[in-house]
Design a protein around this ligand. Structure first.
Ligand SMILES: [Zn+2]
Length: 531
C-alpha cells in the first residue's frame, strides 16, 4: 500500500529555533525534495504580511515540479464571511493545486483564542473548506491540537472533523500539535475517530515526548493514508516527526511504499544537504542517516559485522544511502564515492584505482574541515584534479584586501588581485560592500576580458560556518558558496583559519567550475554533474 508523504520542512521546519531560509534556499530545497520523491511540499503560509512566502509560490510554480506544492493557512476569521476573508483570499492567490487548511479542534482554542462560539467554530471550518473547494482546490484539513481537543471534549473534537468533511476536505489530518500524546493513547483515540469519519485521515505528529516517529508509524498502521513530517525532524521546540526515520521504517520494515526503495538510497545525501543549507550541525546519531548509525567500534561488534553484517545492524546501510564504518580500521567510503563519481564519469567501477585515490583525498580534506555534500562543484574539480584530466585556467599570484571603517559610516572595502592566465598577468582593483564582495569583483574584472561567459555567473548564497577547534589551535571557518549561471546551480567550498582565504578558495572554485562546464560543453565531451 502506498502512503502519501507530506513534507513540511519549508513551513513547520522553518519555524525551528536557529533556522531561517532565504527564498533561494527554499527554492533549492524544493527542487531537491522533488527529486527525492515526496508527494507534497508545503511551501509556507502565504499571508498578506509575509511577502516572502507568496513569492515562493510564484517562483515554485515555474520550476515544473512533479510534487504538489501546497500552501498552508488558517480558516477564516470568525467575524468575516469566506468571500471577504483576506487569509482565504491570499491562500487562493498563492495559486497552488492543494491547500492545507488548519482549524481548531479544542474547545479552549475556539472560545479563548478565536473568541467565537463552539457552533461558530464548526461553521467557519465548514464554510472555509467549502470556499476553497469551490475555487477548485484540494483541501487537506489539519485538525490542530486534535488529540488535546479530544481529551478535553471528545464529541466536539469529532464534530470539527465532520464539519471539514462536509465542507469537502479530501483528507482529515490529525495533529498532535503539542507533541504530548503518548503512542498507546493516540491508538485509542484514532480507533474512535475511525468509527465516525467517512473520508481518509492523515497524521501530523511532533516530538515533544520523544515519540513523534512512533506515533506516525502507529497512525499509518491504523489506516492513515498521508504522513506529515520534516526531514532531520526540524521544527518548533523539539521538532516534528522525522521523515528520515519514518520513511525507511515504513518502506523497509512495514511493507508500505513511500518514495520507493531506489529513491530511499538518496535519503542520507538529502539529509546532509539540508543541514548544510539550514547551516546547522548534522546530527551524527540520527537513526538511519546519521554518520554514526552504522559505525562499529567495539572489537566484538566489528568482528561480528565482518562475519555477518546483520549481526549488529538492523538494516543494510546502503538502503538509505549510508555506509558501514569501522572506527578502528577505516575501510569506508568506496561505494559512496563511486556513486558521486558516476554523476560525471558514468562508467567508473569500484575497483578502478582512481576511486581509492579520490577517497584518500576526500578523507584528507574532510579532516581539514571540508564537506562536499552541498559543494558538488568543488567535489568534481577535486576528483578531476586527482584524475589528472583537468587543469585550472587561472592561478592566483597574490591578493590583498583593505577594509576601512570610520565612525558610524558603512564599511568600505577594496581588493587588489593579481592572477596568471595562460602566462599573462592580470592585475585588477575593485571595491565592494565588504572584503569578500570586493575580492569577487576584482577577480571577475580580471577574468571577464578573457572569459566573457563568467559574466553570467552570480552568487546565489554565501554561508560561513565556524568549525570547532582543538585546544591551542585557531578555529577554522568553512565557506560555502552557491553560484548560478542562470541555467545550472552549483556549490563550492573553502576552508581556512582566515575567512577571506576560505572565501577566495570557494570563489575561485566557483569560476573554475563554470569554465570547466563551458569547456566540456564546447568539446562535446559529456558534461559536469550539474550541467
Ligand atoms: Zn506542526
Amino acid at each position: 500500500m502506498r502512503i502519501a508523504v507530506y513534507d513540511s520542512t519549508l513551513r513547520d521546519g522553518a519555524q525551528a529555533e536557529g533556522i531561517s531560509y532565504s527564498l533561494e534556499d527554499k527554492l533549492l530545497i524544493a527542487r531537491r525534495l522533488d527529486a527525492l520523491g515526496v508527494d507534497y511540499i508545503e511551501g509556507g503560509w502565504p499571508n498578506p504580511t509575509n511577502p516572502k512566502d507568496l513569492a515562493f509560490f510564484q517562483e515554485a510554480g515555474k520550476l515544473g515540479l512533479r510534487a504538489t506544492v501546497t500552501a498552508f493557512g488558517s480558516t477564516r476569521r470568525a467575524t468575516n464571511s469566506p468571500e471577504k476573508d483576506e487569509t482565504l483570499a491570499t491562500l487562493i492567490k498563492a495559486g497552488t493545486e492543494s491547500i492545507a487548511l488548519f482549524g481548531k479542534s479544542w474547545t479552549l482554542h475556539a472560545t479563548e483564542i478565536l473568541r467565537t462560539t463552539l457552533a461558530g467554530n464548526l461553521e467557519l471550518i465548514e464554510d472555509s473548506v467549502a470556499h476553497l473547494v469551490a475555487h477548485g482546490r484540494e483541501v487537506i484539513y489539519d485538525a490542530e491540537h486534535f488529540f488535546d481537543g479530544y481529551k478535553a471534549d471528545a464529541d466536539y473534537a469529532l464534530q470539527t472533523l465532520l464539519a471539514a468533511e462536509r465542507g469537502g476536505a479530501r483528507v482529515l489530518v490529525l495533529c498532535d500539535t503539542n507533541g504530548g500524546t503518548l503512542t498507546s493513547e493516540m491508538g485509542r483515540i484514532i480507533q474512535k475517530v475511525k468509527e465516525h469519519i467517512g473520508i481518509p485521515f492523515g497524521i501530523h505528529a511532533h516530538n515533544d515526548s520523544g515519540v513523534g516517529v512512533a506515533n506516525s508509524l502507529l497512525a499509518v498502521e491504523m489506516g492513515a493514508v498521508q504522513v506529515q513530517g520534516t526531514f532531520n525532524g526540524y521544527g518548533e521546540r523539539c521538532g516534528n516527526a522525522n521523515l528520515c526515520a519514518i520513511l525507511p521504517n515504513l518502506e523497509l520494515k512495514m511493507g508500505y511504499e513511500t518514495i520507493g526503495r531506489e529513491k530511499l538510497q538518496g535519503l542520507k545525501g538529502f539529509s546532509r544537504f539540508l543541514s548544510e543549507v539550514a547551516n546547522v550541525y548534522h546530527d551524527h546519531r540520527q537513526p538511519f542517516i546519521g554518520e554514526s548509525a552504522f559505525a562499529h567500534k567495539g572489537g566484538a561488534h566489528v568482528d561480528g559485522v565482518m562475519k555477518v553484517a546483520h549481526s549488529f545492524e538492523h538494516i543494510e546501510p546502503e538502503a538509505v544511502g549510508n555506509e558501514r564504518r569501522f572506527l578502528v580500521s577505516d575501510q569506508s567510503g568506496g561505494a559512496t564515492i563511486v556513486n558521486k563519481l558516476r554523476r560525471f564519469l558514468p562508467d567508473i567501477e569500484k575497483k578502478n584505482p582512481l576511486v581509492g585515490q579520490i577517497l584518500e583525498r576526500v578523507k584528507q580534506l574532510e579532516h581539514q574541515g571540508y564537506q562536499f555534500e552541498a559543494a558538488e562543484g568543488s567535489f568534481e574539480l577535486m576528483a578531476r584534479r586527482v584524475q589528472g584530466t583537468y587543469e585550472d585556467l587561472f592561478t592566483l599570484i597574490n591578493f590583498r584586501t583593505i577594509n576601512r571603517k570610520t565612525g558610524n559610516e558603512a564599511e568600505d572595502a577594496e581588493a587588489i588581485v593579481k592572477i596568471d592566465v595562460d602566462g599573462a598577468e592580470f592585475h585588477t582593483v575593485a571595491s565592494g560592500d565588504g572584503p569578500v564582495n570586493a575580492l569577487d569583483q576584482a577577480l571577475r574584472k580580471g577574468l571577464e576580458q578573457k572569459f566573457p561567459s563568467l559574466m553570467q555567473v552570480h552568487l546565489e548564497d554565501y554561508k560561513v560556518r565556524v568549525l570547532t577547534s582543538g585546544d591551542g589551535t585557531a578555529a577554522k571557518v568553512r565557506v560555502l558558496i552557491e553560484s548560478s549561471d542562470g541555467r545550472d546551480v552549483w556549490g563550492t567550498v573553502g576552508v581556512s583559519e582566515n575567512v577571506i582565504e576560505a572565501s577566495w578558495i570557494a570563489l575561485a572554485d566557483s569560476l573554475h567550475y563554470k569554465l570547466l562546464k563551458d569547456a566540456l560543453e564546447a568539446a562535446g565531451e559529456g558534461q559536469t554533474a550539474t550541467g
